[in-house]
Design a protein around this ligand. Structure first.
Ligand SMILES: Nc1ncnc2c1ncn2[C@@H]1O[C@H](COP(=O)(O)OP(=O)(O)O)[C@@H](O)[C@H]1O
Ligand SMILES: N[C@@H](CCC(=O)OP(=O)(O)O)C(=O)O
Length: 369
């Protein structure tokens, strides 16, 4: 088979490949990944690298300290990050660029668009973007938390054709192969549902990885809905990369949606966070095609949380059925006020003047959840 016809790929590299012994970075496994990146670029494929490993790389500098302590972990990440970037940079004869992101950056539409533009500008200038989470500044509220999900968000932001998740294992097995001798690997996955999630266990206890297979499946779910071919492969072996370049599947392939979501719908659904909820009764089903499909305040029976104009909200029924995630054109305060008016007339006139509560420009349908 000939090499795949990708315009752009995102390659995610797990900690075990970068700092296998937690004794600083090693280029041992990175050489074949770097070679793959070079060959992709020679074939005309643009590459974005999402690299884990800062915590694992910095670990040896904090020898006698409690490694699970958050402050120590952040310091390990800060110290390990420079070594990790330097190790990658040494392997290339073209420039690379460091991009440190948090979920707070990605879920803010303005910052997200700016991140997209930076990626495109780096690629246009033949510079390799190397992305990691900005662990030193994150809190539970601000972080993505694992680089599998981060790589899927980056792949969507970069409009990539493929996401290649390089791990310490050959692919997704029907159960954790480190615990079950009879585990079998799946060559391909067409639909990601609960039965696929049920196969996934966590990372090795005491190991360097975060999230195990579950976060890789979450990443695949995000990516395939954007039309991105997703692979989980063994990054320890050069054969994986030779197979990919020959157009073959060396691990588990998650097939992309034939009709991918539009970029802004995908962002709304998979990257943005709802700041509050609007609970409704009535006929609204999230369609928003004609005027009569619009969500009106007369259908609102509750507003939870505080949100401002432009924030993302979740619209759901009282029984919990999630209908849409959407950009709210009203603040929570104003929505509460108009929804609580005795007369529908006032709210109707207000909405006529101000415009719809949510519009079809910034909405993601969740009907099936
Ligand atoms: N069903 C499964 N198939 C494959 N690996 C699994 C499965 N369930 C759990 N795992 C674990 O997930 C690990 C890979 O995830 P992780 O340690 O987070 O690696 P990485 O650093 O590459 O992100 C494997 O080494 C394995 O121990
Ligand atoms: N941002 C962290 C990576 C966390 C993570 O997801 O690690 P991994 O499971 O090895 O991809 C670091 O650089 O150590």
């Amino acid at each position: 088979m000939s090499h795949p016809n990708w315009n752009r790929v995102v390659i995610k590299v797990g900690s075990a490949l970068i700092a296998p012994n937690q004794q600083g970075c090693s280029s041992h496994y990175l050489l074949s990944i770097a070679q793959f990146i070079v060959r992709c670029r020679a074939n005309g494929t643009q590459v974005v690298l999402v690299s884990s490993g800062s915590v694992a790389a910095g670990s040896h500098m904090f020898a006698d300290q409690e490694k699970s302590n958050i402050a120590v972990k952040k310091a390990m990440a800060a110290a390990g990050q420079t070594e990790m970037i330097a190790t990658w940079d040494r392997l290339f004869d073209f420039p690379s660029a460091q991009m440190l992101l948090t979920h707070a950056d990605l879920r803010d539409r303005e910052r997200y668009v700016s991140i997209r533009e930076t990626i495109f500008s780096l690629l246009y200038n033949n510079i390799l973007p190397i992305v990691n989470e900005n662990d030193t500044v994150t809190t539970d509220k601000l972080k993505v938390g694992d680089n599998d999900n981060l790589s899927a968000m980056v792949a969507a932001a970069a409009d990539a054709d493929a996401l290649i998740i390089c791990s310490d294992i050959d692919g997704l097995y029907n159960k954790n192969p480190h615990e079950h001798d009879d585990a079998k690997m799946l060559k391909s996955v067409d639909t990601i549902d609960e039965s696929i999630y049920a196969m996934a266990g966590g990372a090795v206890k005491g190991g360097v990885g975060t999230g195990g297979m579950r976060t890789k499946i979450e990443a695949a779910e995000k990516a395939v809905s954007h039309g991105i071919d997703t692979y989980i492969i063994n990054g320890f072996t050069e054969l994986s990369f030779n197979m990919l370049l020959a157009g073959e599947n060396p691990g588990t392939h998650f097939r992309p949606f034939k009709k991918p979501m539009k970029e802004n719908e995908h962002w709304m659904r998979h990257t943005s966070n709802a700041q509050g909820e609007v609970i409704i009764e009535g006929n609204f089903d999230g369609t928003l095609i004609t005027d009569s499909d619009q969500l009106t305040s007369s259908e609102i029976i509750g507003v939870n949380g505080e949100f401002s104009v432009g924030d993302t909200i979740l619209v759901r029924k009282e029984d919990g059925t999630k209908l849409v995630k959407a950009k709210s054109n009203y603040s929570s305060c104003l929505l509460n006020f108009i929804a609580n008016q005795e007369s529908d007339e006032f709210a109707h006139e207000f909405e006529e003047k101000t415009g719809p509560i949510i519009s079809d420009q910034h909405v993601a349908n969740l009907e099936k959840e």
